[in-house]
Design a protein around this ligand. Structure first.
Ligand code: PGA
Length: 250
């Protein structure tokens, strides 16, 4: 179901006690907010305690393995996340693709597993600077989307898949895509979803923009027709800043 979402991806930041403090504060700051879903993805080590203080804030994991259990040292399974009360999982983040070699095929396995375990997937796609400069943005985004969503049904798309468009050149660089640049790709993603599924799926899928979203630029981005909120890294680490971004999604 398409809705406005402000999601914070904390990456490898914040200890358990810091995470509990920030999420508690955020929950107070957004107490009166209606009509925007607020999600925080803390590190795995904080999930268990953060879900207990989350209140209105929905909790996401930043990654997971596709198997339920087994000899996969260092990995976390979907049933472990479900057992904690985690609702969402970010999959296919560009840092996972770039530093940990995650491919479309592997991300597809993870998305299928998340959906099979009733976790909602925040599925990330996006081009690198050289792709954009060569005019390959749409090809790369299409390749990510088609690869990641291979075999995912219309029903699964409608119920449990959120797409995050995150141009790699805008992540953590302070260089945001302009609202127009972002809107262009979001509209392209919706067109692609119409071709792959139908207009109902395209119209009902939440598509978030990510890449240096800040309190100051979020309103202009979120006001675009096809941008349904943000996936925010750096600016989600402070409850005050993030609560402004949440309000800008109203
Ligand atoms: P950033 O990160 O907001 O710090 O650019 C966004 C992301 O990686 O999701």
């Amino acid at each position: 179901m398409r809705k406005m979402i402000a999601a914070g991806n904390w990456k490898m930041n914040k200890t358990n006690s810091e995470a509990v403090e920030i999420v508690s504060k955020l929950n107070e700051l957004i107490a009166d907010v209606k009509g925007v879903e607020v999600i925080i993805a803390p590190p795995f080590t904080a999930l268990s305690d953060v879900v207990k203080v989350a209140g209105k804030v929905k909790i996401a994991a930043q990654n997971m393995h596709w198997e339920e259990k087994g000899a996969f040292t260092g990995e976390i399974s979907p049933i472990m996340l479900k057992n904690l009360g985690v609702e969402y999982v970010i999959l296919g983040h560009s840092e996972r693709r770039a530093y940990f070699g995650e491919t479309n095929e592997l991300i597809n396995k993870k998305i299928k597993s998340a959906l099979a375990h009733d976790l909602k997937a925040i599925f990330c796609v996006g081009e690198k600077l050289e792709d954009r400069e060569r005019g390959n943005t749409e090809n790369v985004v299409e390749d990510h989307i088609k690869g990641g969503l291979e075999g995912i049904t219309k029903e699964e798309m409608m119920a449990n898949v959120i797409i995050g468009y995150e141009p790699v050149w805008a992540i953590g660089t302070g260089k945001t895509a302009t609202p127009e640049q972002a809107e262009e790709v979001h509209a392209f993603v919706r067109k692609l979803l119409t071709e792959m599924y139908d207009a109902e799926v395209a119209g009902n899928t939440t598509i978030l923009y990510g890449g240096s979203v800040k309190p100051a630029n979020s309103k202009a981005l979120f006001s675009k027709e096809n941008i349904d909120g943000g996936l925010v890294g750096g600016a989600s680490l402070k409850a005050d800043d993030f609560s402004i971004i949440v309000r800008n999604a109203l």
